[in-house]
Design a binder for this molecule. Structure first.
Ligand code: SAM
Length: 657
């Protein structure tokens, strides 16, 4: 049963007109994006100067030997001028590679500017071109939710698309005490009365660290009073140019949250895409990191197929799954393209619509307009055949930015890139292969991991990223990870075969990938009863039959050149589990976190799409960094959700699996 969002309205682009001097003006609000006279000077005065950004970044970049994040949040991203100014300043100040300072910028936008309007607006500021071009290249598709862009190794931009009135309170619930400075932009209260509301001010205050500052161009009375009522000390000061007044603010809390020590050890158990993505997302952590795997090579489990498709799972309705998978797909795609463009092939993925029912569902999905064309659109049979490079039997849905990759190489690349990155910065990473974890226990406030070689590894944090094997290590886990066996078959069609030359991934009831060294991958079976990773001839036959039915082709048995079976870890609601491992307090029958014990599992057959974002969520929570998700999504992915639901139904959460 899909979980529907309350705020599932689809996004509209900003309706912009450029005046004679090239300044963008919003049709929706009847207001300009930046001043006609001097947009840059106004932004610098109102937002950067009043938040003392230069002074604070100078101090941070001069002293941050270890990683320290400066977090700015903004209402109204618009064309991104404020962000570009800060990013440019930060890059100038942070200079050399040794500096551990990081810039994190979060911005909320209801009407994303079209990519071509963004480009046009940026032409005003040639001096900001370097960072502006990176933003243009990674600018996300018009999909609601949070989009995390890594514009530079030291600069993260979180763009949250949707009405700030809905998105900001949800985000603030997972970002308490994280913001150093707020930029309250977002058109004048008179032109945009809906946005400047007490709920927004409360959420803004909740996200502020003690000592955080705030600035806004408006001095309107109800904004000033609303911010004061949220506990922020507010001053009226002279505005920019001929504007009489503006506001700046400051928040002081009595108790400040404790900083965690950086001298930690983190153990990650696993060797597939979940473990590799975690390693990458933790690459800036000063802790010693140990990756422990019972296998002799990386990606020996569910991440080890010779080819794997990557594309988002989109439902016609805007559900939690649609939000997570569209966000995760975009994040994974960007990461793979930055780190391993040679390993991911953006061939596009075609999903065949072979029945009247499939066509009806596809029509509904496209008509609801939740997804931009760049993410998914419909193709006639002829169009789909031309994209595929072969004759197809029916129309299709097309994911133009999706594609396929070589899973083992991708896992290896993520791990080696992390090792190199960390060693260049003097951080320690140990990889323990052929090392089976036999026991996991809490000792003197730390975790003790015992291995088959009778070694004991100690760590503050342990992360289980070992698929369905979590069930063995945590038999009392309150998380129903269900093993499902899947077998793929490799085929080598004869020359002149109608499947050649396949150019895109095709999904029918199964899937087929374009050839890699003459061999294509077809699959996959789905077997809940068998948990042995041994291959069977019957499964090859079932893959061939599925292919023949789906694509109306015949394929002789002697075209089979390889096969592979593995066990996927799945969950009952088809979403991964990301976060603290829960435990049950016997006496009170209440749920609690098992201290510093984390898990990333349940990635099913979509690990290469979902693992990078899943790992980023977990790594940010562990490092107390701004999360790439708000409260609603975080709860929907939290390992304890199943036990919570069981308790709410008066069922025993220990009987989940
Ligand atoms: N900060 C931007 C810059 O540096 O270019 C300029 C922002 S522009 C003046 C105001 C922005 O606020 C517009 O992009 C508008 O779409 C956005 N906005 C207005 N109401 C909003 C709301 N309720 N939620 C999120 N964004 C909103």
């Amino acid at each position: 049963m899909p979980i529907h969002h309350k705020d599932s309205t689809s996004l509209e682009f900003a309706n912009i007109q450029f005046d004679d001097s090239g300044v963008p003006e919003s049709h929706q609000f009847g207001d300009i994006y930046f001043s006609r006279e001097n947009g840059m000077a106004e932004s610098r005065y109102v937002f950067l100067q009043q938040n003392r950004v230069h002074e604070r970044l100078s101090r941070l970049t001069a002293t941050a030997a270890k990683e320290q994040v400066f977090h700015i949040a903004e209402t109204g991203f618009g064309t991104g001028l404020n962000f570009l100014l800060v990013a440019d300043l930060f890059l100038t100040l942070s200079g050399d590679d040794e500096c551990g300072a990081r810039l994190h910028f979060t911005s909320f936008e209801k009407y994303p500017v079209r990519p071509d309007d963004l480009l046009r607006a940026h032409q005003h500021w040639p001096q900001l071109a370097t960072i502006a071009e990176r933003l243009q290249a990674q600018y996300p598709a018009k999909v609601p939710g949070l989009h995390r862009l890594q514009l530079h190794p030291k600069i993260t931009l979180d763009l949250v698309f949707g009405d700030a009135l809905n998105t900001l309170p949800d985000w603030a619930a997972t970002h308490r005490n994280t913001v150093d400075a707020w930029f309250l932009d977002g058109f004048a209260p008179k032109k945009n009365p809906d946005m400047w509301q007490p709920t927004l001010f409360q959420a803004i205050a909740a996200a502020m660290k003690s000592g955080a500052t705030l600035a806004t161009f408006t001095a309107t009375g109800h904004v000033r009073r609303g911010l004061q009522a949220a506990g922020i000390y507010i001053q009226r000061i002279p505005g920019f140019g001929n504007k009489r007044e503006m506001l700046r603010g400051y928040l002081q809390r009595l108790a400040t949250p404790q900083q965690r020590s950086n001298d930690e050890t983190i153990i990650i158990i696993g060797d597939g895409i979940a473990a590799a993505s975690l390693l990458w997302s933790l690459k800036d952590h000063a802790a010693t990191i140990r990756l422990v795997s019972q296998a002799s090579h990386f990606a020996q489990g569910a991440s080890g197929n010779p080819q794997g498709a990557i594309y988002p799972l989109l439902q016609a309705d805007w559900t939690i799954a649609s939000e997570f998978y569209s966000q995760a797909f975009e994040y994974a795609r960007q990461l793979y393209q930055q780190l391993a463009p040679d390993i991911m092939v953006s061939s596009g993925v075609l999903q065949l619509l072979s029945s009247a029912d499939a066509c009806r569902r596809a029509r509904k999905l496209l008509q609801r307009g939740e997804y931009p064309r760049s993410l998914i659109h419909g193709l006639t049979r002829q169009q789909a055949s031309s994209v595929a490079g072969i004759e197809l039997p029916c129309p299709a849905l097309f994911y133009p930015q999706a594609g396929w990759l070589q899973p083992v190489l991708m896992v290896e690349r993520l791990i080696s890139a992390t090792e190199q990155y960390r060693s260049e910065r003097g951080r320690t990473t140990h990889i323990h292969l052929n090392t089976e974890v036999t026991q996991l226990e809490r000792q003197h406030g730390n975790w003790c991991v015992t291995t088959n070689t009778n070694a004991s590894l100690h760590a503050q944090h342990v992360i289980l990223a070992n698929g369905q094997d979590v069930n063995r290590l945590l038999p009392q886990a309150l998380v129903p990870i269900r093993p499902v066996r899947g077998q793929i078959t490799q085929i080598k069609p004869a020359t002149e075969h109608p499947l050649l030359p396949l150019k895109a991934v095709i999904c029918h009831h199964g899937y087929i990938t374009p050839a890699l060294n003459g061999t294509m991958c077809i699959g996959a079976t789905f077997d809940k009863k068998n948990t042995e990773a041994t291959t069977s001839a019957a499964d090859n036959q079932s893959n061939l039959t599925q292919l023949e039915n789906g694509l109306s082709v015949t394929m002789p048995n002697n075209a089979i050149v390889g096969e592979r079976a593995s066990i996927r870890a799945t969950t009952p609601d088809h979403l991964p589990v990301i976060g603290h491992v829960p435990q049950l307090r016997e006496a009170s029958k209440q749920l609690a976190e098992l201290p510093n014990c984390w898990m990333l599992s349940g990635l099913g057959a979509r690990g290469f799409t979902s693992a990078p974002l899943a790992a980023e969520i977990l790594a940010c929570e562990l490092q107390q960094r701004p999360l790439p998700v708000g409260q609603r999504l975080k709860k929907a992915l939290a390992p304890q959700r199943f036990a919570e639901r069981a308790l709410a139904r008066n069922q025993d959460p220990l009987q989940l699996s």
